[in-house]
Each structure stands twice: as C-alpha cells, then as structure tokens.
Write a protein that binds this ligand. Sequence first.
Ligand code: NAP
Length: 464
Amino acid sequence: MEYILNEVLIPLSYLLASILFIFGLKQLAHPQTARRGMNLAAAGMLVAIVGTLFHHDIISYDLIIIGLIVGSLIGAAMSIWMPMTAMPQRTALSHAFGALAASLVGVAEYWHALHSGQPIAAYKMTALGFEVLFGSLTVTGSLLAFAKLQELMRGTPVTYKGQNILNVSLFALAAFIFIYLVFDPGQTTLFFIMVGLSFLFGILLVLPIGAADMPVVMSLMNSYAGLAAAATGFAINNKVLIIAGTLDGFSGFILSILMCKAMNRSITNVLFGAFGSPVDDTAVVVQGEMKEIGAEDVAMQLAYARQVVFVPGYGLATAQAQHVVRELGEALEHRGVQVKYAIHPVAGRMPGHMNVLLAEANVPYSDLYELEQINPEMPATDVAVVIGANDVVNPDARDNPKSPIAGMPIIEVDKCHTVIVLKRGRGKGFSGLENPLFYKNNTRMLYGDAKASLTKLAQEVQHA
Ligand code: NAP
C-alpha cells in the first residue's frame, strides 16, 4: 500500500496538478478564458497539496493543520476585505509570503542536511543557495513594493550616490559566498550571512525603482518568487514545485520583458537596478490654465461625435466605474457613435488591470485597442475621454527629454480634436509628475469621482 501511495498515487497527483497548471496558464492568456484558467490552476494547487499530505516524510500533522488554518485565515481575510483597488499590493504580499515559504524551507533543509551525518552534495547546495538567495531578496523586495503601492512610503525612486556600486558589490559578495558554500557547505555562519545579504539586497534592489517603473518591479518579484519555488523543488526533490516554479518564474520573466518594452526600458537596466531617477518637477514646464467643463456640455459633444475613445486609468479602478463606462459606451453606440477603449499596458496598478476591470463589466474584447493600434487613430477622433488616467496620457513623456518618464510610450489623446479629463481635482498620478495635457487648449476638465461623472454623462446622453 505504501509503495502504491509513494510511487504511484503521489507522483500521479503531481502530474495531474502540473497538467492543470499548464492548461490554467494557457487559459489565463486571454480575458475570455482567464477566469476558467484561474480555477483550473487553483484546482491544480489543491490536488498538489492533497497529494503532498500523504507524503511518507510527514511524521506529524499537528503543525501542518495549524499552518493550514493560519494560512487559510490570512488568505480568506485578504480576499474578502482587501478592495479590488488594492489588488497590486495584495499580489506583492502574496509574492512575499511565497518567497518566505521558499526561504524557510531552504534554511530548514540546509539545517537538516547539515545534521544528517552525510556530506551535502554540490548540486543540493546549489539548489539551496538559489532558493534562499531568490527567496530572501523577494521577501524584502516585495514588502518594499507593497509599502510603495500602499503609499506607506514615497512611491518615487530613492537614489543616492554610489548606489549602483553598493548594489553590485553586495550582490557580488552574496554570489561569492554562495559559490564558496557549494564547495564547503559546512560554513554555517557564511550561509546565514548570505541569507542576511539577500534580505538586504531585496530592499536595495527595489529602493531605486519606483514611480512609473513599478510594473516592472511587480513582474520581476513574481518571477523571482517562482524561481525560488523551482529551486526548492530541486532541493527537496519535488517535481510539482519544479514545474510550477519554473512556469511562474519564466512567465513572470516574460511579463517583465513585456513591461520593459511598454515602458521603453531595457531589461539589463532593470536587472541591475540602475534605472529610475528622482522626480524632478522643475523639468516640467506647464503653460496655460485648466479649463473646467460641465457634464451637459460634455454629453452634447459625445452624443454628436463620430468617434469617441475612452482611456481608462487607475481612477477608473478606484471609482469602480467600469460598469457605468460600459453603459455610457452602449448609449453612445445606440446613437451611432463609434466607441473604442484605449488600453495602455501600464495603466492602473498591475499588468492587465484595465483589461480585467473592463472584462468584468462585459465590455466586448473587440472594443479594446492597444496603444500602437489606437494612436494612429487619434487625429481622426472627435473626443477622447480620459477616465482617471494621468501618467499614461502625459505628453511630457514624448515631448520633454528631461522628464523622468521621458521615452515611455503614451496614449496620444492630445492629438484628438477634444480631450475630456475626468478626475476629482488636481491630484497627480503615480509618478508624482505634473501633466501638461490638462493645460492644453483642446483639454477640458470634468471634475468629480469618475463613477458619478460617468453616471451623469450616461443620463445626459440619453436625453441629448
Ligand atoms: P495615474 O497616473 O496613477 O493617475 C490616476 C489619476 O486618477 C490621478 O491623477 C487621480 O487624480 C485620478 N483619480 C483617482 N481616483 C479617482 C476617482 N475616484 N475618480 C476620478 N479620478 C480619480 O494612473 P494611470 O494613468 O493609470 O497610470 C498608472 C501609473 O501607475 C503609471 O505611472 C504606472 O507606471 C504606475 N504603475 C503601474 C502598474 C501596472 O502594472 N499597471 C503597477 C505599479 C505602478 P485626482 O486625485 O485628481 O482624482
């Protein structure tokens, strides 16, 4: 019976879990199938956990039960009480928890191997080294990303003289200790110094990254957490961890590259933590004044337009205005107006944030246009409605080489005939920069919470 359990049933459960992860990931690639993909992956995780609970190495279930209860309570509380707008912070916390688990397993496994009376094989020490290196730096890096996203600290990059030299030296020292340990694993003090250095490196890695570059941090931490899990799999010879960790690690890495492309940054800059400069507001020269407009006037312009482009941003998420923007869009379409949604890859606070919100409101996927698709249409667009977006429509990124976000591609709403900006007041975007768009001659400001403004617009359009 024990043979069947260990050699057949547990490996089968891992195989099934891996298949579910792979199909889940595939389905996550499209908004229409993403929900099913998520459920498949969650089912895979359940199968993997149940399989592991039968593992012959388990001698007592007491601590496992306590862990399950505590973990489930924390997970349920985060899902129930953290608002959708805090999803990026929640994701950062999940990365930190996952990486902490990998680091703890790494330290425990090292300790166990050290006292087993057998020498630690070089391959095992290599896996353990990767595990604690990636795991520990992801814990502190993700916690710092959480603090920045939660605005517990300044979200802009923190830079100081000699930062890169310090970072690279610290990383080199940790890497040197790691290599030394592969040849001489018994140096316990060095092992814990390496763990400490990795914790410190995580903080130093994320400190200089901030403002508009935060999406890259998020996807990078995702990738590191996955790689730490994969290394755990090698260290404890667990195949489902190797497969799931590698899928997570490399999909996170591919996402990092895509985010870099979206931000017009090179991945080498990101990997060496050398990008991100302090916000220099003096580089932003704004001329003119912000001109306010009423909902009735906006509704008239929308109702008689030929083409309207909605540009959602983080404010759409905070206002939870995704359903009402779809209602307004439908009202306009009934009047024969061509309605399109322009999606910037880093709009909101996490990759795909806008796609998720609009899919939740059943906005047809065919109405969503990526930056490269929509920008050529801007000069022929009558009205662009910017809904709680700021950085992603900041023309300084294109026009002002001194701007901290210079080179970041934007949705060029300023090229439209008229731009209507829906925001509550003079609040800045995540980068903390002034936005010259709001002062342009063809821009009008409709102040108020995005949901309230859109509701009013939808009503007015019905009567126009
Ligand atoms: P943004 O630049 O952060 O601007 C959001 C704007 O929404 C603010 O200016 C705010 O102005 C307005 N707003 C907030 N709540 C509102 C409400 N209830 N109703 C109406 N307006 C509201 O947003 P974005 O243009 O989407 O740009 C995203 C930024 O976040 C980029 O800098 C990006 O790099 C960064 N980021 C992105 C990710 C990602 O993965 N997507 C992750 C981390 C960081 P008021 O206060 O005046 O209303």
